[in-house]
Design a protein around this ligand. Sequence first.
Ligand code: PLP
Length: 506
Amino acid sequence: MPNTLYLDANATTRVLPEAQEAAARAMGEHYGNPSSSHSCGLVAKEVLEHTRSAAREVLGVVDGQIAFTSGATEGIQTAVLSALCAARQSKAGHLLVYGATEHKAVPQALAHWNAVLGLGFELRALPVDAQGQHDLQLLAAWLPETALLCTMAANNETGVVSDLAGIEAQLRQRGDKALWLVDGVQALGKLDMHLQATRIDYAVFSGHKLYAPKGVGLLYVRRGAPFTPLLAGGQEDGMRGGTENVPGIAALGAVLQALLRGDTFAPAETLRAYRDRLEQSLRAAVPSIVFNAPLENSLPTTLNFSVPGLAGKTLLDMFDAAGLRLSAGSACNSANSAGSHVLTAMGLGSERTGSAVRLSIGALTTALQIEQACAAIARCAAALPREPVAPSNIPLVAGAAPTLLWCELKEFLAQHPQAQLVDLRETCEQEVAVVPNGGCSAVSAPMSSLDRLAPQWLRETPSQPRVLVCRSGKRSQQAALWLQSLGLKQTWHLHGGLALRPASWP
Ligand code: PLP
């Protein structure tokens, strides 16, 4: 099977080795409770303050406050709660305005706290143009009635960088009462930020998008901005109750220090060159490809593209077979079959939104990995189906399919020497990587043609033991239930598919 090349850094990243070490030190040595007054507590407290001062430096914060959170979603909730509690008192305006391409956590937090607090404010999505830029004229018209404005610094699906200076100019002219929340998740480490010099009231960041672990984030609150804690309890100067996640914060500190030193992460020009190389290799491999956001105004790490006529799922399954881990838009929406709300907001039709794929690299990516990715893209291009893969006609059958785990497979094959491993992946996936069959016989039966194969199996080999395998175990489960319902009782499915294949499997 091919090497894994992780190209989904906007979803999450691995943890920087020195951040892992910092977390391990915090767990093994600096394990005190930062609120304890004895020396162990003081040492743990020092870990927090070390990270906080690095965060101040990276974010350009002088007298505003920085609190540690569990991630950006918590930061968003806290900022929204704070702003809405203040707006309830001040009657500043009745509009809650958010960019139409915001991460879903933002409109959902607005709707949630608006309902919980019984405010009855009106939520309005600020449209964006075909380039993903906010409509500043409409913003200007709405601002006098706006209590809270939420805009992201850079978009997680397209990489489009917002015109925060333009938004700020409108706020200064017409929105003196509005509070302003900026989601800086995708900008951290990629764009320069001098929060203190801006009109931003709240800004949120997440560690796991930048080589720190999941479960740690930052919330910036401008000096004098209203604040209501989401978690009462006293820690973090009363801003966020609960014993701090010292290992996560220590790891984030190591990442921030690396950013400040400038010797660990690739600079923006290098990342841009990598992205451009990937873009060229995609264009060469798939001439009909279209890119869904302008590259000149995007993060140097993100590409979003569609191949008209091919479903995003077909592309992703094929890329995955080639070892390339990409995604369809945001990870949080990947279970959602509706097209991307971000691309829809940019005016793209269902053909583009339904086939959109996001490729995002991180600042630890190497030139070698880019070359390997380009080679894998070329392999995929050779296997690209000429026509859309027909959707499977197999009906959904309820129940639990007979399931095998990878650790049981060897023994199963020893007990059933005639068993066949049935590869349900589509031809394009099979062409870029074969399933290692562990010595047993293997057959190809793409899911889209299973309805034609099954009657033949039923006629000719009804008691043939078959183990169905696919990429994730989803197709194999559905197919096993259906084949069982037809009477092919000797059918099993392999739980977790190729994704859970142990490295030790032949
Ligand atoms: N905002 C943006 C732009 C994101 O990309 C994400 C992560 O998916 C979030 C917010 C949520 O971040 P977290 O996972 O730290 O809660």
